[in-house]
Design a protein around this ligand. Structure first.
Ligand code: 5GP
Length: 210
């Protein structure tokens, strides 16, 4: 049963390179959100810490978690499996803690369709332009041109899912983007007025996809 004291769930999704990870960390630091740690079958990157950034597991272990119905959601993203286990999330929500998820549109759809008794707010973060996205992806740890091209193609497909989110935010400035998300979360919690222009977003998506 949901009560007023339950925590809320916030999902942040974005095509790769739109700047979501930094925003998730800011929300966790400034607003005390618990970051849901996912399981994945992909290899850790050099900067990543096991059991903090991800639980890195092999296929066998991941399949076992699926079989035991431990996932709240899971999906295949860029050839690897990613999933959120149910128990830690529900435990936090029941204690009144807010939980933030950095997951893709497939996971967001699954959680949305579960219609859990906790408030859910979903955000989709977009880059200001295809050129900026290309630059961001090229400057990352992806020296491989093929990977950048693959992610640009993936972007064109991912962006079409913007329509299923509560809010779409354009990240041309990290502080402003965080500020907007923060204000919308506050407005959602307190039933306040929301500064959000869906028409502008529709035009921006058209620009990104044309
Ligand atoms: P990366 O490998 O770059 O950390 O993440 C690749 C993509 O997988 C990102 O879009 C990220 O949001 C998504 N992702 C990470 N964890 C999960 C998860 O548990 N479930 C789903 N559905 N997607 C995830």
């Amino acid at each position: 049963m949901s009560t007023k004291k339950d925590g809320i769930m916030v999902i942040l999704s974005s095509p790769s390179g739109a700047g979501k990870t930094t925003i998730v960390k800011l929300l966790s630091k400034n607003k005390n959100f618990y970051i849901s740690t996912s399981h994945t079958t992909r290899e850790p990157r050099s900067s990543e810490v096991a059991d903090k950034d991800y639980y890195f597991v092999n296929h066998e272990k991941f399949e076992k978690l699926i079989k035991n119905e431990e996932f709240l959601e899971y999906a295949k993203v860029f050839k690897h499996l990613y999933g959120t286990t149910r128990t830690p999330v529900i435990e936090k929500l029941e204690k009144g803690e807010n939980v933030i998820f950095d997951i893709d549109w497939q996971g967001a759809d699954q959680i949305k369709n579960k219609k859990l008794n906790y408030k859910l707010i979903t955000f989709f973060i977009l880059p200001p332009s295809r050129e900026v996205l290309f630059e961001r992806l090229s400057n990352r740890d992806m020296k491989d041109k093929l990977i950048v091209e693959e992610r640009m193609k993936e972007f064109s497909r991912d962006v079409l899912h913007w329509i299923n989110y509560d809010y779409v935010i354009v990240n041309d400035n990290l502080d402003e983007c965080y500020f907007k998300i923060n204000n919308l979360i506050e407005a959602e919690i307190n039933n306040g007025s929301k500064d959000y222009d869906k028409d502008y977003i529709r035009k921006h998506v058209n620009k990104l996809t044309s």
